[in-house]
Structures are given as structure tokens and as C-alpha cells.
Design a binder for this molecule. Structure first.
Ligand code: G3P
Length: 221
């Protein structure tokens, strides 16, 4: 399974990429706005620089269009794609988005369809030629539904057909989300920074290292 970082913070990308396990980054307007609070990602120019900096670290960086009409999405997406070969144009799941996805597929521009909350939406985006689809599981959990059931249903449908569209599990909230997504065979999980930092840790690893160090001190004496 590929692991992506869900962030607009370039320092966080550099830090996790240095572990050697990072396959991509997903950004969205909310994450960009969050980084903008301290002035670091507060303009379209800085957004472009941020995306380009991330492209130095990973081969797949999603940059989201903010236009809501297909023509606007096409224009914005073509511009993003011209920045770097690693840019993936993120398009919302609407009928206008489907038109834009079809266009981008015809131009061989890579896309990530965001805000997927149903199997029907997943199928439509795949048929429109999306490179990646992003079902948001945490937001379904937040309103009392079971986000992982959506992933299970999408993976079951994918097993029947020859869709090349990769399923990216988004809006992850805790380590179990990543494990369950992997067990279902989802292609990618995108993970917020704080959650990514939890993944290498286990209390038995920490106590095991401490014990090895204590015992090695005895050998040295
Ligand atoms: O990649 C999608 C993700 O950013 C949404 O996460 O936590 O806002 O539901 P969240």
C-alpha cells in the first residue's frame, strides 16, 4: 500500500520523506489555509512554491482546483499540471468535476477525485478516467456511518472490473484506519502528520530498546 501525507506543510513532508516510506502528498484548500495562518502558504504564488517544493520529495502531489465549473477546473488543472510532472490535479466529485476528469484523462493529466462518499460516486469517477479516487472515511464515521464499509464495498466492486483507478483512503483519523484499509487492499492511504508520527511507535519497542541498552551497559563493565 502506498502511504501519502495529508498536509500543506513542506517541513512535515521533508521530515516524513526522510524515513524513506512516503509515496505522495495530498493537499486541499483547508490544509493550505491552515498553513497560511503564519503567512507561510497564504497566496497562490506561495501555494505554487509549496507544491513544487513537495514535488522534490515525492512522485505524486495532489493540488486541488477551487473552480466549481468544468471550464474553470480545466483551466486551473492544466496550469497546475504544467508546474511539474509529479502534480496530480484534485477535482471535486460533481457532474462538473466528471466533465473535467474526462477532459484531463484525454490529455493524460493525472487526477485525484475528492469528496467521494458513495460507491456510485466512486464508479462514476473511475469511468470518467480518474487516476485516483478519495473516499473520506473519517467524515462518514463522524456522522455515525461506517467509513471503512465504503472502502470494503468499493474494493469488492473493483475486484469485478478492470478499473485502473487507485483507491485512496482519505480523512483517516487513527492507526486502525490505516491497518483496515491495507487489509482491504486499498491502494493508498493519506495520513495527517500527527497520525503518521504515531505509526512507528509501540510501547514494547520502547521498553525493549531500554532493556537492550541496560543489558549492554552490563556487558561493557
Ligand atoms: O485528504 C482529505 C482530508 O484532508 C480530509 O480530512 O480530517 O478534514 O476529514 P478531514
Amino acid at each position: 500500500m502506498k502511504l501519502f501525507l495529508d498536509t500543506a506543510n513542506t517541513e512535515h513532508v521533508a521530515e516524513i520523506a526522510a524515513w524513506g516510506v512516503l509515496d505522495g502528498v495530498t493537499t486541499n484548500p483547508s490544509l493550505v489555509a491552515k498553513e497560511g495562518k503564519d503567512g507561510s502558504t497564504s497566496s497562490p504564488q506561495v501555494f505554487k512554491a509549496t507544491i513544487l517544493e513537495m514535488c522534490k520529495h515525492v512522485p505524486c502531489v495532489s493540488a486541488q482546483v477551487t473552480a466549481v465549473d468544468a471550464e474553470g477546473m480545466k483551466k486551473q488543472g492544466e496550469e497546475y499540471a504544467s508546474w511539474h510532472k509529479n502534480v496530480v490535479v484534485k477535482v471535486p466529485m460533481t457532474t462538473e468535476g466528471l466533465k473535467a476528469l474526462t477532459y484531463f484523462a484525454s490529455k493524460k493529466i493525472k487526477t485525484n477525485t475528492t469528496l467521494i462518499f458513495s460507491v456510485a460516486q466512486a464508479i462514476l469517477a473511475a469511468k470518467a478516467g480518474a487516476t485516483i479516487i478519495s473516499p473520506f472515511i473519517g467524515r462518514l464515521d463522524d456522522q455515525g456511518e461506517d467509513g471503512m464499509t465504503l472502502i470494503a464495498e468499493i474494493m469488492e466492486v473493483w475486484a469485478h472490473y478492470d478499473f485502473t483507478t487507485e483507491v485512496l483512503v482519505a480523512s483517516t483519523r487513527h492507526p486502525r484506519h490505516i491497518i483496515d484499509a491495507a487489509m482491504l487492499g486499498a491502494h493508498i492511504s493519506t495520513i495527517p502528520y500527527d497520525l503518521f508520527k504515531k505509526l512507528p511507535n509501540h510501547s514494547l519497542t520502547d521498553s525493549g530498546i531500554k532493556k537492550f541498552q541496560q543489558d549492554w551497559e552490563k556487558v561493557k563493565k
